[in-house]
Design a protein around this ligand. Structure first.
Ligand code: PA5
Length: 467
């Protein structure tokens, strides 16, 4: 396996480091007393959390993904993922973290495979723009929808079906790869009726916990990534995050400290990687943290309205945008820095060919040194300003370290859900909007909802204007 060590430093979450606005020692000790019960619940729930088995049970799936990817790379020029939320964000994160940042612009020999796109919106301009740059005949489409009913993905699917039928007639099946539920949902029904094979999102694996099944694995295989290393990294992190002792378990530490921070009013979780390649990973984290923990009721049905608003930021870019707020604004957030020890390349700032005066001290240093120094400086500043923060250092970005990161945050999220006594695996709050969309788009059976929407809610004309 390539170097993939991940180091966690949560010490700046404590009041001892942040000078009073962090978690006090006695609060931490009291919270730590909950760890044996947390561990028991996490172990008892292992089977129900089917995503925890994914690193171990997919030899056949890995082989099938590799075979499909070999055909895709042999027969096509492009690979497009259609999906949304958990059906798309893992592929985006993997692609960005493990591949060249201008991958699609590289010549094919350097890419070693097809161009790669993840299309996770129904913005008409974006869809038309995609259709402007791909030849659908030369493109493999991976339609991913666990429920098989998602309007966004199904709309994309129908648009592409129509294009493929016009271009290829009856032979369109060759270009389609589908991942959906084993037996339920409209997508599965269509695939069965047409006699199409599908990849499966295993039972008990929800969208945002699905990156390590065919949802993300087929993308990884198409990108010629090392699927064994990805899953081995996840397995290694599983071992660490299954340890009973708080001092040895990073997921329990994260979950405990973040849920305590939430109790103290830190309603915001900022994910701040210092690597462009990890910007989409922050998107993946934000969905996981928001959709899993943002809940109205606890498991007993009491109204709790809990959750923590995740915010994506990027170092160093956002030092010139958000850091002023983080340093001097309210004590309502926790900041998670992610640093990369070894980037894939180095770039030294050369001796300047003209007199650059007071910036000549930069010459001879590398951008690698600069980005590391800026992260250290920001950690120092936010800590000095009393803001709870923590640092996750990744030795190098590759399949194994991504496997570890995905699994770490999944375990931390599940553990946080347990500590908050909520169901971290459902998303009832997304339903109302989905149903309203069905009604607005004329789906049969939603007439009553359509009438409710037409009636609208009270609108105050004094507060409505256009310019
Ligand atoms: O985490 C989740 O469950 C969601 O974000 C889903 O992934 C998202 O709504 C897409 O659903 P589906 O895969 O059923 O199309």
């Amino acid at each position: 396996m390539e170097p993939s060590r991940i180091s966690f430093d949560f010490s700046h979450m404590l009041a001892a480091a942040t000078g009073g606005h962090g978690i006090r020692e006695e609060v931490f000790d009291r919270a730590a007393a909950r760890i044996p019960a947390l561990h028991q619940a996490m172990e008892a729930g292992r089977e129900a959390m089917a995503w925890r088995a994914l690193p171990y049970v997919q030899q056949d799936i890995v082989a099938a993904c590799r075979a499909a990817a070999a055909r895709i790379n042999a027969e096509f020029d492009n690979f497009v993922v259609f999906g949304i939320g958990g059906s798309a964000l893992g592929s985006k994160a993997l692609f960005s973290a493990c591949c060249h940042s201008h991958y699609n612009a590289l010549p094919r020999e350097r890419r070693g495979g097809v161009r790669f796109y993840v299309e996770d919106n129904v913005d008409p301009d974006r869809m038309n723009a995609l259709l402007d740059v791909i030849d659908v005949k030369r493109t493999a489409f991976h339609i991913i929808t666990k429920s098989g009913n998602t309007v966004e993905t199904m709309s994309q699917f129908i648009i592409i079906l129509d294009r493929l039928r016009k271009e290829l007639g009856e032979n369109l099946r060759n270009n389609l790869f589908i991942t959906t539920d084993r037996k339920s949902g409209i997508m599965k029904g269509i695939a069965d009726a047409e006699g199409w094979d599908t990849f499966t999102v295993p039972d008990g694996v929800g969208g945002r916990f699905s990156v390590l099944c065919p949802v993300g694995l087929l993308s990884a295989a198409v990108l010629n990534l090392d699927l064994d290393a990805l899953l081995a990294g996840a397995a290694e992190m599983d071992a660490a995050c299954s340890r009973p002792a708080l001092a040895e378990n990073p997921a329990y530490q994260y979950a405990l400290l973040y849920t305590e921070a939430m109790r103290m009013g830190a309603n915001i979780s900022v994910m701040l990687p210092y690597a462009d390649a990890l910007a989409p990973f922050s998107e993946w984290y934000c969905q996981l943290w928001a959709e899993s923990l943002g809940k109205r009721n606890d498991r007993a049905g009491h109204s709790v309205h809990c959750g923590q608003t995740p915010v994506r930021a990027l170092g160093v870019t956002d030092q010139h945008s958000q850091i002023q707020l983080y340093n001097e604004g309210p004590f309502d957030k926790v900041i998670s820095f992610i640093g990369v020890e070894h980037f894939h390349s180095e770039l030294v700032i050369p001796a300047a060919p003209i007199d650059v005066r007071d910036v000549s001290y930069l010459c001879g240093h590398s951008l690698n040194e600069l980005i590391a120094a800026e992260m250290s400086a920001t950690v120092h500043a936010v800590t000095k300003n009393g803001k709870m923060n923590n640092t996750i250092m990744v030795e190098s970005l590759n399949e194994a370290s991504l496997g570890k990161l995905f699994f770490f945050f999944e375990m931390a999220t599940a553990a946080a859900g347990e500590l908050l006594d909520i169901n971290a695996f459902d998303q009832p709050g997304v339903e109302e909007g989905k149903i309203a969309t069905f009604a607005l788009m004329g789906r049969p059976g939603y007439a009553e909802k359509a009438a409710e929407l037409r009636a609208g809610s009270a609108a105050d004309a004094r507060l409505m204007l256009s310019v």
